[in-house]
Ligand binder design. Structure first.
Ligand code: AHR
Length: 500
C-alpha cells in the first residue's frame, strides 16, 4: 500500500499559471491549418482562427502562448507579416520543410488568437539574423501608445490601440539554430538587444527572457548569468526576468528517435526515465541560478519541452507531426508534477507544440480534429494554475524499468487554490501494476471529492475515426476515510482529485 502524506496547511510556493503555457511555431501544420485557416475557409472560423480548436483550447485555460518560434524566430522579419495580406512577402521556411511561408499569419493575427484564447502574450525576437533596430521597432509597433512612426504604421494597419506584450524572448537557442554563439558573446549581445526592448507603458513592463541552456549545458547557464545578471537599483532583475531551458524527451538517438505509437515496454520506461530527468535539470540549473539570484527574482522558463519521436510515416519530415499515446500523457503528467514541485524557480514553461507538431494538444486533418491524451492531462491539471503548492510526499513506492531505466511507479504533486480546494494529481508509471493508495490529510475527513482518470493501454491513442478512445473519465473508486482518502490507481494512468 502506497501512502501519500499531504500537509495542505504548509504552502510552499505559488504555481504560476504560465507553467502550463503553450508554444506555437511557424512549423508544419501548427499555425497554418492547425490554428489559422484564413477568413475565407469553409472550416468554421472567427477572423481566420479555427473555432473548434480555439474552443477546445479554452477548456484547458491556456495561460500564455509563445510565438513565432523556435528556430523560425531567428529568421523571422516581422515587417513581412503586416499590412494587406496579398502584398505580404512570400518566403521559404528553410528550417521546417522548405515550404512557402506566405506571412498571412503575422503580428495582428497572433494578438487576435491570444485575444480569442484569453491568454498572455510571449513574443520571441530575432537576434540570430535580425538587427537591434528591427527588434526595437517591433516592440514600438506593438506597444507604443501615441504618435510615432511604428505606432502610426500599426494604426494604418487597423490597430489603433497598442497591444500588451507580457513577455519578450531575446533570441532562441542562440547556442544552436539561433546563431551558434558562445555564451559570453550571446550574453553581451543580450545586454545590448534587451536595452532597446523599451517599456513604453511603465504600468505594464515587458518581462524579458534571456536564452538559456540546451539540456545540461551548465557552463552556458553559468556564463550567461555571469555576463548578464547584474541586479542594481536601476536593473532590479539584472536585465532579465527569466532564463530559458530547452529539453526534449527522445527515447532513441537523434537519427532514430523511435516511433510515437509502436514501442516496447523497455522503450516505455526509457522514455519516462528520460522525462524524469527534467527534475535533475531544473535542480542543477536552479542551483547555479541560486548563487547569482538567491532571492529568486528571476524564473527558469522551460519554454520548450515534450516528447520528440520520428514523424508519422508518410508525412513531411520537416513538419514534426507525431501521434500521441498514453506514454505522452504520462510524460506530461510527471513533467507538470515536477514543475509544480519546483514552482519556486520554474515560473514559465511551454510545451512544444500546441497543435499538429511534436507533443501536441490537438491534431487536425482538414475539417476534423481530435484531442490527444496530453490535452486531457492539461485539462486534469488545470486547477493547479495559480494555486499554492503544498507539502506532499509518497511512501512505499516501488520502482520498475530495471537498472537502466528505473522509475518510481507513483509520482504526485498537490496544491491549494484560492477557494481552498486541494488538487492532487497522481501518475502511475507502471505498465502492469495497479496500486492501492492511502491519502493522509492534515485536516482529515474531507467533505467531498471529485476525481477523474485517464487510463488505457500504453500505446493507445485517438484517431479521427475514434477520437474519444483515450479520454478523461469520472473516477468512481475514491473512498473518504477517517484520515483522508483511499483508492486504487490502475496501471498506466493519471488521476486528478479535487478535495474540499
Ligand atoms: O520545437 C521545435 C524546435 O526545437 C524549435 O524550433 C527549436 O527551438 C528547438 O530546437
Amino acid at each position: 500500500m502506497a501512502k501519500i502524506y499531504i500537509n495542505e496547511t504548509n504552502k510552499l510556493s505559488h504555481i504560476n499559471p504560465e507553467i502550463y503555457g503553450q508554444f506555437s511555431e511557424h512549423l508544419g501544420r501548427c499555425i497554418y491549418e492547425g490554428l489559422y485557416v484564413g477568413e475565407d475557409s469553409d472550416i468554421p472560423n472567427v477572423n481566420g482562427m479555427r473555432t473548434d480548436v480555439v474552443d477546445a483550447l479554452k477548456e484547458i485555460q491556456v495561460p500564455i502562448l509563445r510565438w513565432p518560434g523556435g528556430c523560425f524566430a531567428d529568421e523571422y522579419h516581422w515587417k513581412d507579416g503586416i499590412g494587406p495580406k496579398e502584398q505580404r512577402k512570400k518566403m521559404i521556411n528553410t528550417h521546417w520543410g522548405g515550404v512557402v511561408e506566405d506571412n498571412s499569419f503575422g503580428t495582428h493575427e497572433y494578438f487576435e488568437l491570444c485575444r480569442q484564447l484569453g491568454c498572455k502574450t510571449y513574443i520571441n525576437g530575432n537576434v540570430g539574423s535580425g538587427t537591434v533596430q528591427e527588434m526595437s521597432e517591433w516592440v514600438e509597433y506593438m506597444t507604443f501608445n501615441g504618435l510615432s512612426p511604428m505606432a502610426n504604421l500599426r494604426a494604418a494597419n487597423g490597430q489603433e490601440k497598442p497591444w500588451k506584450v507580457d513577455i519578450f524572448g531575446v533570441g532562441n537557442e542562440s547556442w544552436g539554430c539561433g546563431g551558434n554563439m558562445r555564451p559570453t558573446y550571446y550574453g553581451d549581445l543580450y545586454r545590448r538587444y534587451q536595452t532597446y526592448v523599451r517599456n513604453y507603458d511603465q504600468n505594464a513592463p515587458i518581462q524579458k527572457v534571456a536564452c538559456g541552456p540546451n539540456v545540461n549545458d551548465y557552463e552556458w547557464t553559468e556564463k550567461v548569468l555571469d555576463t548578464c545578471f547584474n541586479p542594481s537599483p536601476c536593473h532590479l532583475h539584472g536585465f532579465m526576468d527569466y532564463l530559458s531551458l530547452h529539453y526534449y524527451t527522445t527515447p532513441g538517438p537523434w537519427e532514430h528517435k523511435g516511433s510515437a505509437t509502436e514501442f516496447t515496454a523497455e522503450e516505455w520506461y526509457n522514455t519516462l526515465h528520460k522525462a524524469l530527468y527534467m527534475e535533475e535539470l531544473v535542480e542543477k540549473h536552479g542551483a547555479i541560478m541560486d548563487r547569482y539570484d538567491p532571492e529568486k527574482k528571476i524564473g527558469l522558463a522551460v519554454d520548450e519541452w515534450g516528447t520528440w519521436f520520428d514523424v508519422e510515416p508518410g508525412t513531411n519530415p520537416g513538419f514534426l507531426y507525431q501521434q500521441n499515446t498514453m506514454r505522452d500523457a504520462l510524460v506530461a503528467a510527471v513533467t507538470l508534477n515536477i514543475f509544480n514541485k519546483h514552482s519556486d524557480r520554474v515560473k514559465l514553461a511551454c510545451i512544444a507544440q500546441m497543435v499538429n507538431v511534436l507533443q501536441a494538444m490537438i491534431l487536425t486533418d482538414k475539417e476534423k480534429m481530435l484531442l490527444t491524451p496530453t490535452y486531457h492531462v492539461f485539462h486534469m491539471y488545470r486547477s493547479h494554475q495559480d494555486a499554492e503548492l503544498v507539502e506532499s510526499r509518497i511512501e512505499g513506492v516501488e520502482t520498475e524499468g530495471g537498472a537502466m531505466y528505473e522509475v518510481p511507479t507513483l509520482q504526485e504533486s498537490a496544491s491549494v487554490d484560492p477557494d481552498g480546494v486541494l488538487t492532487l494529481t497522481v501518475a502511475n508509471l507502471s505498465l502492469e501494476n495497479s496500486y492501492p493508495v492511502e491519502i493522509f490529510l492534515e485536516k482529515p475527513a474531507p467533505a467531498s471529492v471529485e476525481a477523474s482518470i485517464l487510463a488505457d493501454e500504453k500505446d493507445a491513442f485517438n484517431t479521427f475515426d475514434e477520437p474519444d478512445r483515450v479520454a478523461e473519465r469520472t473516477f468512481e473508486g475514491v473512498t473518504v476515510t477517517k484520515q483522508g482518502l483511499e483508492f486504487t490507481i490502475p496501471a498506466c494512468s493519471v488521476v486528478s482529485l479535487r478535495i474540499r
